[in-house]
Design a protein around this ligand. Structure first.
Ligand SMILES: *[C@@H]1O[C@H](CO)[C@@H](O)[C@H](O)[C@H]1NC(C)=O
Ligand SMILES: *[C@@H]1O[C@H](CO)[C@@H](O)[C@H](O)[C@H]1NC(C)=O
Ligand SMILES: *[C@@H]1O[C@H](CO)[C@@H](O)[C@H](O)[C@H]1NC(C)=O
Length: 440
């Protein structure tokens, strides 16, 4: 059980200030979890105070309505997305310059500009972005859901459109509208995974998880084509719909496939996609060999694998896997982030909690790894949606910790090849999830 591995305890967050950063002390690792940025409400970098005031007067900017949900890091930019769930969100896709901002509560700069963040400007702007992905080919993958509102207030202002930016020029490289057959009446897509294959930058696929419509939409960059996959593993576990987070009890029973992470390319030449429904404690896996092949993907029920349950407090939002096969996943019931070294079987005894904080990490909504650094965004989302945030308090945070320090002393640090049982020479490099049949 994850909780039994929980030898991580944090000092209280009153905290000292080092180099202008507020620090959280932890007893694990050499470096503490660092609170890089924090906000009571999100603010935007208007050209001047006059235009900011005017936007507030006109209701174009309502500070209390902005909830950040996604982050991504590329070079000196930290991207932050804000869905248009309520009115007064001036920009959904934004960034912070990491050169100009070393801490504090920086204002968000719309990316690539204000005009391309205009709500409902179909084809020329992004209306709502959730999780986004920057690939190693300097492209930013942004799915615009085209929606304004949340739940029963949702208006589909524009069609679901995948936008791919060239981060070096800030120009759009590709715009692709999902086809009518890719979505259904319940579709709600808040996550994207991007799979670069052996063929490099052109050999790219995007996987988009349909959380409420229970599907996975695949987009092939080379073929400029999309298809939808369905599987019962995309559905929520009816026994896992009850949540206790941030002092609230609520039911999100309908939440299906949500977080996804991709393994490194294995000897087979393909990655493995790991995924989990939000209302579930299970992880599932499938080879991208199946997903990438439109025909194969339609008739491969048994190619999808079931992994162990994470344990009672195992609800998970976003997850990510680094180039060494280390997976990090947000444990929203525990105000924590967990890790799994995929050289080991996916089992609770091979999971560890690497960061936990009962105030600073209420609802970790996104997690990323960039150049050996783990980045976590927490946003108290259930309080925002079901109650009211206290805007005198810090509500949103971006926290960082070096991966090496985060996993130090945990099961995730295990040297992959030393712990593998002896096996045939062609299996020597086989990793934990590929030995599932054996380890289950
Ligand atoms: C929309 O949902 C909210 C909360 O779930 C509920 O209180 C409200 O009555 C619903 N409105 C309509 C028009 O269904
Ligand atoms: C991709 O396909 C869409 C139609 O689905 C088309 O409008 C667009 O021009 C195509 N893009 C490229 C780069 O081929
Ligand atoms: C709101 O947050 C502030 C700052 O943390 C705190 O002093 C205050 O007691 C909180 N108010 C409520 C109603 O919880």
């Amino acid at each position: 059980m994850l909780r039994e591995l929980l030898f991580v305890t944090f000092l209280h967050l009153g905290s000292c200030s080092v180099d202008g950063f507020q620090k959280f002390g932890t007893q694990i690792g050499q470096a503490p979890l660092l609170e890089r940025f924090f906000w009571r409400t999100m603010d935007f970098a208007y050209p001047d105070e006059g235009s900011r005031k005017l936007a507030m007067m006109k209701g174009d900017y309502v500070p209390e309505n902005a909830l950040p949900v996604g982050i991504e890091i590329w070079r000196n930019k930290l991207f932050v997305t804000i869905p248009r769930w309520r009115n007064g969100i001036p920009a959904t896709l934004n960034y912070i310059s990491l050169d100009a901002n070393r801490g504090g509560s920086p204002k968000l700069t719309p990316y690539p500009n204000w005009a391309q963040n205009k709500a409902g400007a179909c084809g020329s702007a992004i209306t709502t972005a959730y999780r986004i992905h920057a690939d190693v080919c300097d492209r930013l993958w942004v799915l615009d859901t085209g929606t304004i509102g949340i739940g029963n207030t949702t208006i589909q202002a524009c069609p679901y459109t995948l936008n791919v930016f060239d981060l070096t020029t800030d120009k759009i490289l590709r715009q692709y509208r999902l086809k009518a057959e890719d979505i259904n009446m319940n579709t709600f897509i808040a996550n994207i995974a991007v799979d670069l294959g052996k063929g490099g930058c052109e050999d790219a696929f995007a996987y988009m998880s349909d959380e409420l419509g229970y599907g996975l939409i695949v987009y092939s960059w080379e073929q400029n084509k999309s298809w939808r996959i369905t599987h019962s593993y995309f559905m929520p576990d009816p026994l896992a719909g009850d949540y206790n987070i941030g002092g609230l009890n609520f039911q999100w029973g309908e939440e299906g496939i949500f977080g996804m992470s991709l393994s490194p390319i294995s000897v087979s030449g393909y990655r493995t996609l790991f995924f989990h429904p939000l209302s579930s404690r299970r992880e599932f896996a499938v080879s991208t060999r199946i997903l990438r092949d439109e025909k194969l993907s339609q008739d491969s029920y048994h190619e999808f694998q079931v992994l162990s349950e994470r344990g009672q407090l195992g609800h998970c939002t976003a997850s990510v896997m680094d180039e060494n096969g280390l997976q990090f996943f947000n444990l929203i019931d525990q105000n924590a982030v967990g890790c799994w070294n995929s050289a080991l079987p996916y089992a609770p005894e091979n999971h560890a909690v690497i960061a936990r904080h009962d105030e600073a990490m209420i609802f970790p909504a996104d997690v990323k790894v960039n150049r050996g650094m783990l980045w976590i965004m927490s946003d108290r989302m259930p309080v925002f949606l079901l109650s009211t945030l206290n805007y005198s308090d810090v509500n949103f945070r971006v926290l960082t910790v070096p991966v090496r320090d985060a996993i130090a002393g945990t099961v995730c640090e295990s040297s992959p090849w030393a712990v593998l049982p002896c096996c045939g020479s062609n299996e020597v490099r086989s990793r934990g999830w590929q030995r599932l049949q054996v380890s289950l």
